[in-house]
Design a protein around this ligand. Structure first.
Ligand code: HPA
Length: 277
C-alpha cells in the first residue's frame, strides 16, 4: 500500500521534473521564508501529487521547492504534515520518503520547540543529538516498505555525527551559539501541562515539539544522513508562568529566522565541500 502510493506519487513527480536533489530540507514554523533563497526554483504543490496529504497547519504552505542553495541541489519541503492534523502517521513522512526515492542523501530537519532544560532561553538554537519518541506512534507501523529499509531498523545513530560536527563548526564561524540536547515529540496539538514537562525533564528531554522526531525515525529507516536544528521558540509550560500560544512561537521563530537562514545556508554549502573531499 505504502510502496504503491509512493510509486504513483513518484511517477507524477517524474513527469514534471528529472531533478535529483542532494540535500532535502524541511522547514519548521516561521521558517518558510528560507525557500525564497532557492535559486532557479521550481515548485510542485502537495495537493497536485496523487495520494499526498495536504498540510493544514498555520504558516505551512505544502509544496516541494527544487533548486540550488550555495551551489547545492536542494529539495525543500515548505510546510510539513503534522500528526495532530489528523493524518495517518505514515502519511506524515511521505514527503521525505519521496525525496529519498528521488535521490536525496542528506536531510536537514528544522523545527520550533519548547525549552525544558533550565539552562535554555527562548531564542536559543539546539542541535538534536538524540530523541524520545514514545508519546507518538512509530511512522514505521504497518507493512514495511522493503524498498526503503528494514523491518526493525537500528536507532542508535539517527543523527549523523559528521553533520553535527559540521553544524557546530558553521555556527562557530558565524558567532552563533548552538546548544545540544534531546528532543521529545508529543502528539499535540495542545501544549503540555507543567506536570508533563517535569516528567519529560525527568526522563531526559531538553526540548519538546509536536513534529520532527517521527520524520527523523523515517529518515533513519530509509538511510538518510540526518541533522535536526531546533529553535527554542519558548520556555515549556511551567518553566515560566507565562501562558503558551502559537503567536509566541511564531514571533520568536520569525525573529530568529535570519540567523537560522545563515546557519542553514552555510551548512548546506559545507555539506557539499565536506563530501567532495
Ligand atoms: N510544546 C510543544 N511543542 C512546541 C512548543 C512547546 O512548548 N513550542 C513550540 N512547539
Amino acid at each position: 500500500m505504502i510502496e504503491k502510493k509512493l510509486e504513483t506519487a513518484l511517477e507524477y513527480i517524474r513527469q514534471k521534473t528529472d531533478f535529483i536533489p542532494d540535500v532535502a530540507v524541511t522547514l519548521g514554523s516561521g521558517l518558510g521564508g528560507f525557500a525564497d533563497e532557492v535559486e532557479h526554483a521550481s515548485f510542485i504543490d502537495y495537493c497536485d501529487i496523487p495520494g499526498m496529504p495536504v498540510s493544514t497547519a498555520p504558516g505551512h504552505k505544502g509544496r516541494f521547492v527544487f533548486g540550488k542553495i550555495a551551489g547545492v541541489k536542494v529539495a525543500v519541503m515548505q510546510g510539513r504534515l503534522h500528526y495532530y492534523e489528523g493524518h495517518d502517521i505514515a502519511d506524515t513522512v511521505m514527503p521525505l520518503r519521496l525525496l529519498r526515492k528521488m535521490g536525496a542523501k542528506f536531510l536537514i530537519l528544522t523545527n520550533a520547540a519548547g525549552g525544558i532544560n533550565p539552562d535554555f532561553e527562548a531564542g536559543d538554537f539546539m542541535l538534536v543529538d538524540d530523541h524520545i519518541s514514545f508519546f507518538v506512534p512509530s511512522p514505521l507501523r504497518g507493512k514495511n516498505p522493503d524498498s526503503l529499509g528494514v523491518r526493525f531498523p537500528d536507532m542508535s545513530n539517527v543523527y549523523d555525527k559528521d553533520l553535527r560536527r559540521l553544524a557546530d563548526a558553521v555556527a562557530k564561524r558565524n558567532g552563533i551559539t548552538l546548544k545540544h540536547g534531546i528532543l521529545v515529540q508529543t502528539a499535540g496539538p495542545n501544549f503540555e501541562t507543567p506536570a508533563e514537562i517535569r516528567f519529560l525533564r525527568t526522563i531526559g528531554a531538553d526540548a519538546v515539539g509536536m513534529s520532527t522526531v517521527i520524520e527523523a525515525m523515517a529518515a533513519c529507516h530509509c538511510n538518510f544522513r540526518t541533522l535536526t536544528l531546533t529553535c527554542i521558540s519558548n520556555l515549556a509550560a511551567g518553566v515560566t508562568d507565562d501562558p503558551l500560544s502559537l503567536e509566541e512561537v511564531m514571533v520568536m521563530a520569525k525573529q530568529k529566522a535570519p540567523q537560522f537562514r545563515t546557519l542553514l545556508h552555510d551548512l548546506i554549502g559545507a555539506i557539499k565541500v565536506h563530501n567532495s573531499k
